[in-house]
Design a protein around this ligand. Structure first.
Ligand code: AMP
Ligand code: GLY
Length: 429
């Protein structure tokens, strides 16, 4: 492979993929970048090809026909379906775990069993495939209780139930009502944990682990962490709750043992592993693993990366991460998501987006936009991510909100308190 001029394809088409493409574009080794399928905004930075991220045959065909040198598979679905295996089989190196390793996200039951087997701290749990047994068990469970669909469910397969009746209803919906399709035929019932949440994205080639700065997602739709769970309404990085002590504990008890246990299981994980942690009074515990970059966390974290992302991705694939420089800025970032009113429930699409005099030192990542006659229109629930990087978190949050004033579309919606809790924590420290 001529390392100086690579034709790359990035699979996916959200704000996270836009942030990744922008970062890859800075690499002197990137000659051409395709996005499959990409979106309106991404088309300014890459050549978008209208092939869906789950059309595995179509992607493989495209890769062959266009002599792709390197692929970055970003979303969970194609990873869980085995796209990286198919690409590697035809000699195309890629960034992203094998199907066997992606199971750490695609089956919550697998993840829980892995943690139990290797003593990795997480909430106590039981796995059920029989609804009657699950219902019988729930009667004696403390409240609140957490019910999770085993498989992928677009971040919506987790229910925190305050009463036994609510829990029973959730079990019936998932297991008998097919609420999450096949993803809900197996469920995990687990103990409710409390404490601040931290997202940690870590590059690993299965031997070396390089964590990126920690971040804080804001999952709920409304201010004050109220309303429904969404894909994420904003993120700040680094996360002030993730102190040096918490980081040392998480590294020793969770991050390193997870990579080692996957090796022992014959499922070596190469790619970006996402650790969703809760900092409980008994130390950090795993809430979830994702086999991929988080969204919007990536939009907050990647702008803090000072090294060449393409070089890092190649090193992950080649097993040479130990020799690769990963330099991180000591600045702070805030990503604010602009969404369509109504998201995560029903919302309208096709609203024209007006961007006027947007500050040049703030990034815009497109999540759900389309481009028509040189105009952008909304095409999804999360529309844009605005990321400001500054010396302090306070400045970053201020700059992101200031920049948002330069964007308008009908029924635009954002949270007004992204970073607020993080700032209150900084003040206390
Ligand atoms: P997940 O999709 O597994 O990240 O879950 C979505 C959200 O549900 C998490 O970000 C947590 O806020 C919450 N959650 C999941 N599991 C638990 C748990 N065991 N205890 C308390 N909250 C939880
Ligand atoms: N922001 C949470 C996730 O990417 O799963």
């Amino acid at each position: 492979m001529n390392k100086q001029a690579l034709d790359i394809m990035v699979i996916g088409g959200g704000g996270r993929e836009h942030a990744i493409i922008r970062t890859l574009k800075k690499s002197p080794m990137a000659r051409k970048i395709y996005a499959l399928p990409g979106n309106g905004g991404i088309s300014l930075d890459a050549e978008c090809v209208n092939i869906s991220a789950t059309d595995l045959e179509g992607i493989v065909e495209f890769a062959k026909n266009n002599k792709i040198d390197f692929a970055a598979v970003i979303p969970d679905d194609p990873l869980a379906m085995g796209l990286t295996d198919m690409l590697r089989e035809i000699g195309i190196p890629c960034f992203g775990p094998t199907k066997d390793a992606a199971i750490i996200e695609s089956s919550k039951a697998f993840a829980k069993q892995l943690m139990q087997k290797y003593g990795i701290p997480t909430a106590d749990y039981r796995v059920f495939t029989d609804p009657d047994e699950a219902i019988a068990y729930i009667g004696g469970h403390s409240l609140p209780v957490v019910i999770k669909a085993d498989g992928l469910a677009l971040g919506k397969g987790v229910l925190i139930c305050q009463t036994h009746e609510e829990a029973e209803e959730a079990i019936i919906d998932m297991m008998r009502g097919g609420k999450f399709g096949k993803s809900g035929s197996t469920i995990v019932i687990e103990e409710y944990l409390t404490g601040p949440e931290v997202s940690v994205l870590a590059f690993t080639d299965g031997k070396t682990i390089v964590p990126l700065p920690s971040s804080m997602d804001h999952k709920r739709a409304l201010d004050g962490d109220m309303g429904l769970n969404t894909g994420g309404m904003g993120a700040v990085a680094p996360n002030p709750y993730y102190t040096d002590e918490a980081m040392a504990q998480a590294t020793e008890r969770i991050i390193r043992p997870t990579i080692e246990s996957m090796n022992k299981e014959g499922r070596t994980f190469k790619g970006c592993l996402y650790f969703g942690l809760m900092l409980t009074k008994d130390g950090p515990k795993v809430i979830e693993y994702n086999c991929r970059f988080g969204d919007p966390e990536t939009q907050a974290v990647l702008p803090l990366l000072e090294s060449d992302l393409l070089e890092i991705m190649l090193a992950v694939e080649n097993g040479t991460l130990e020799e690769t420089e990963v330099k991180i800025s000591d600045k702070h970032s805030c990503c604010l998501v602009l969404a369509s009113g109504g998201y995560p429930e029903k919302y309208e699409k096709g609203k024209q987006i007006i961007i006027d005099d947007f500050p040049a030192d703030v990034g815009i990542f497109h999540a759900g936009t389309k481009l028509e006659n040189e105009r952008f229109y909304t095409s999804g629930g999360r529309v844009l991510g605005i990321t400001a990087v500054r010396e302090s978190l306070k400045e970053a949050v201020g700059a992101a909100y200031e920049a948002a004033k330069h964007i308008e579309f009908e029924k635009m919606y954002m949270r007004h308190d992204i970073g607020k809790r993080a700032l209150e924590t900084c003040d206390k420290q």
